[in-house]
Structures are given as C-alpha cells and as structure tokens.
Design a protein around this ligand. Sequence first.
Ligand code: SF4
Length: 446
Amino acid sequence: MQRRDAAGETKTALERAQRRMLDTGQWGPAQFVGRRTAIGCVALEITQRCNLDCSACYLSEHAEAVKDLPLEEIFRRIDMTHRTYGSDVDIQVTGGDPTLRKLEELVAIVRRIRELGMRPSLFTNGIRATRELLTKLTGAGLIDVAFHVDMTQRRPGYASEIELNEVRRSYIDRARGLPLAVYFNTTIFDGNIDQIPEVVAFFTRHSDVVRLVSFQPQADTGRGMVNARSPGITTTSVIRQIEHGLATQITFDTAHVGHERCNRYAMAFITNGRAYDGLDNKTIYNSLLARTSGVRFDRQLPRRAVVTFLRCLALNPDIVARGSWWFVRKVWRMRRDLVAARGRVNKLSFFIHNFMDACHLDPERIKACVFMAATANGPVSMCLYNARRDASILRPIRMQQMDGDWFWHPLTGELSKSEPSIEPPAVALKRRKSRKMLSDGTDAAL
Ligand code: SF4
C-alpha cells in the first residue's frame, strides 16, 4: 500500500517499516520487519467483555461497561488496517474474549479479514472455544488460534501452572487435526516464573500440535492488580527458564522482530521429545531471510510449508552448499533421537514479548513498534494504546449512514445525531472484584 511519508515521498508499507527500523537503529540483515512483513501483527478488539478476571489484565477498569463495537465499525477498522499495511498482515481477533461476541458476528469478522487476504487469528482464554466453534471459524478462514492460559487468570481448581497443563491439554485436543496453527500465551509474574520450565517441557511433549509459545512478562498497565514487575523477571531470566525446560540452550538473538528490547524469538527442532536449537547459524539465517523475503509459508499445513522451503533451497544452491556442513552436524547430533522418532521432527517457536509499563513508555520503542491495536483512527502501538485505553474505548464513534453522520455511544450502544459527551462510569466492576479478593486474602497466587 503506497502512502506519502513526512517528506512527501510515496512509500510502500514495507518501505515505511524499513524506515522505522532504520530510524530506531533496528535495521540489519536479521530484521524481519521491513523485509518480510510491514508489521508484526494488529490486534482487533471486538469486545471489551471477558469471562475471566486476570490479575494482570491489560484492559481498562471501565471495559465491562463498554458495549460491543458495531460490526460496521469493526469492518471499517479491518479495511483501514488493509489500506495501511496491505494483505500480508496477521490480525489478532481479540478482546476481552472474542468468543463472547455473537457467533455469526465472530464468523463474519474472520471471513472479512480473510476475504481481504489477511490472516485472522483467534486470541482467546479458550473457555468458549469449543471444537465446534474452531471448526466453524476455520471454515470462515481462521489461520491460527492462540490460547491464553496461566496462573494470572485464577481459574478455579488450579493451584499451579503444572495443574493448568491439564487445561492446556484439553485445548490442544480441541484443535488437534484442524488446519490451524496452535499457539499458547503465558503471562509471566512472580507467581509462576519458577514453574516455566515445566510449562516448556509440556509444550515440547505436545509439539506435534503446538507451533508457538509466547511468554509475556507482566507490565504495569491496565486494570490488573499485579503491577510493577519484580527485578527477577527480565528477558534474560525468561530465556533461562525456557532453556531449563528444554534442557538445552537456544539462540534468541539470530532473528530480529522489531525492537530488540520488545521482542525476542527462537526456534527449536523437537524430535523424540528432545530439543535442538534451530537458529544457531546467523549467516545461513540471514541469507535465507534475504532470499525468501517474498515467499509465504503456509502456517495451516506444515507439510506444504516444508515443500515451499525445499523449493526455496532448490532455487538457492549456494545457500545449500554453505549450509550443508551445519545441516550434517545437526543431523549427526540428532541421530539417536531421529531414529527413535522414526525421522519425525516438529518445529517449536518461542517468543518473548516485553510490554512496557504505562508510565514508562520509551518513544523509540513506540516508533519501532510492530504490534499495533486497530483503533478508530487507525493502527496505534499496543503499549501506547494500553496506556491510554479510556481515550479510545470511551469515545463516541462517528458512523456514516445514508442520512448523514451519526454517533455511537460506547456506554449505551445508542446512535444520536449530535456527538454525546461521555462520563466514565462510576463503578469499575472487575477492578473492584480483584481488590475484594486481595483484601479477603482469597488469592494466594498474589
Ligand atoms: S506493543 Fe510495546 S512491547 Fe510490543 S512491540 Fe509495540 S512497543 Fe514494543
């Protein structure tokens, strides 16, 4: 999508992304954004309601009072995202929990995204994401499902991350066999950092279905009651815990996605339950990234992605020649596990997303941001949006109708001809609930 930049030059979305990476010192041969894609992903919040009450929730205290945006406005935001970045974009259909939206509306949203060539992902706590729902959404064009499961959610009956593996297992079973890439999100806080190795070991055992695991250290933003991150939770400490769970080191600084202080990525090959670093050769990675920047890999059907990858290799014999020694050594190291697993190898990716505190936003990271929220005025950095949610969710939405402009009221859902002024609701339901649990001492996880 071509647009004029500040200097008046017409630039594609990819060129604009590259410029942002250059301006913030993040451009280099390993940078994904501006080379393969114009943006990491865009979050489309289709409801502010949620059926959980996470202690580290990023939503506003007023979220529960806000009505679901009209479908028309959701479609306008989808179209606006498409105009900004083009088709090669991942759209997280999220909330609140998106499954609380009416089924036919959720299906229509997923279909609209896919019709424009973009990739819809469902981001959910999984409670209402039944097999039937996932099947329906897959039929409408869903590409990925990301389940958020962790101890910040305070699911009744689960006292540890290890116990929550039972919930994760049931979600994996619901998605198994569907043409969907399955991801899991985990917020990291004091109450679970020491249990992350067991969680990682669980995902390793289920890498036949699970494709990517994202860890997000808690940030002081939103209505949640877990606030300042303790000094023991850092990107480095999270990497250590992941490696502990894998029983091997993996390289988190080969692939770059946006700003290095925001995102870290690594990938492991899993065979016979054992992990092997997939990104320990930077030269080969950079060459492959440069030569395949225009190639799209199928996330729904891994076999098709492998065929695409092999085709790329066939077209780049010099990379094959340079990488063959690395490949032979890797296979040699894996040989016993490869034999035991009859050659079966899964790919498991790890992502660490380091959200910022609302009161400590770094302008450079905001400029290099690759995770945007779709707002009424277009995509905005998620950290910035999180820090100022009320300015976005408590504003009237201008709607163009046949008989001129109307305004949609976020607290009543009514339309009016004149722009209403909006007072934030007096009662913040979820935060009050969290506070009560804290003062009662009923929440041991905090
Ligand atoms: S949302 Fe925040 S942490 Fe994530 S990429 Fe954007 S600025 Fe960085």
